[in-house]
Design a protein around this ligand. Structure first.
Ligand SMILES: [Zn+2]
Length: 322
């Protein structure tokens, strides 16, 4: 269910009464408040803080800042039967912008680190609210970066990240729906097409920028975050891609947008795979071993060896009741 929940919902009253441990992560001039709700065990609290620090670092922009000047992550433990360590996540945009993560009470650090949900949700902070017609763009961006950012952070093997992207594309291809992509609702049948056609859009845009403009999706999202992004804003998908084009000084995003939004079938990833030296073989992938395609794959997925750009702003405060 977690993939359906990037919507504005209100907190339950019970949640608001819980004891909350708040600390702030700082990246340059940007701040991410980390609220952990109702965790009495200090070791578990530290583990959850360490995990979210690593997730937050993975979801920084290219220049090492958070996409928003100010946002929060709220971690709430849950006794879900869902096998996922993070059964539920959602992005909230009413008032202060933030991400809610519901973590299984027995989830270990290793299980949490191996899960994609938190990086997916934090990647939603790279874009404003895009409405129902832009849902595929929003979910596509988060689905693309849940693999790319984790591979770069060393949370996911590089080749495995390509395989997971491909597995998403295959799920999207298998979805039976002939509705225009920008008119797809929230029904189960079309969800995989919405998420992974959206991810294909961002992959194709990234490749076009690298090939034709000597820039990258990372660089443009970073510049967009600095000039234009306000996470609580509602922006039409057309205006969002136009703003990215303005930053890029070309029309890559809008041209691709017009093509994708009108699609009634899953986009072909054949051209993208040819550029990347990736081919499908059975359920798996084969990676071409030539310098040009390997360098392109590495430019997108290879682990980054830069020093940490984030730090905790203040020592742990005593539990408070907000
Ligand atoms: Zn999402």
């Amino acid at each position: 269910m977690r993939i359906f929940l990037s919507v504005v919902l209100s907190l339950s009253p019970a949640l608001c009464l819980a004891a909350t441990e708040s600390r702030v992560l700082q990246a340059g001039a940007t701040r991410l408040r980390v609220d952990v709700v109702d965790v009495d065990d200090p070791a578990r609290l530290r583990m959850l803080q360490r995990w979210i620090e690593e997730v937050a670092e993975a979801a920084t922009t290219q220049s090492g800042r958070f996409p928003l000047h100010q946002a929060y992550v709220r971690i709430q433990q849950t006794d879900s039967n869902d096998p996922s360590p993070v059964p539920w996540g959602q992005t909230r945009r009413g008032g202060e912008v933030g991400v809610l993560l519901y973590v299984r009470r027995d989830a270990s650090y290793e299980q949490l680190s191996a899960d994609w949900t938190a990086v997916h949700e934090l990647s939603h902070l790279f874009h404003p609210y895009l409405g129902d017609s832009g849902r595929w763009l929003a979910e596509g961006l988060a689905s693309y970066y849940q693999n790319v950012s984790r591979a770069r952070a060393g949370m996911l093997d590089e080749d495995e990240a390509w395989r997971r992207l491909d597995a998403g594309f295959r799920r999207g291809e298998a979805a039976s729906s002939s509705v225009r992509l920008d008119a797809m609702g929230r029904g189960r049948g079309g969800t995989m097409r919405v998420y992974w056609a959206g991810a294909a859009y961002w992959l194709e845009a990234d490749l076009a920028l690298r090939r034709d403009s000597g820039t990258t999706l990372d660089a443009l999202l970073d510049r967009y975050a600095q000039c234009c992004l306000r996470g609580g804003d509602s922006v039409t998908p057309q205006d969002f891609v136009a703003a990215l084009d303005e930053v890029a000084a070309n029309d890559t995003f809008s041209a691709l947008y017009r093509r994708y939004a009108a699609m009634r079938a899953f986009p072909s990833v054949a051209d993208a795979y040819a550029q990347l030296g990736i081919s499908r073989k059975g359920d798996g992938l084969v990676f071409a071993d030539n310098v040009k395609t390997r360098r392109l794959r590495e430019a997108i997925m290879a682990p980054r060896r830069q020093s940490s750009s984030i730090r905790w702003e203040a020592p742990a405060s005593s539990p408070s009741r907000p």
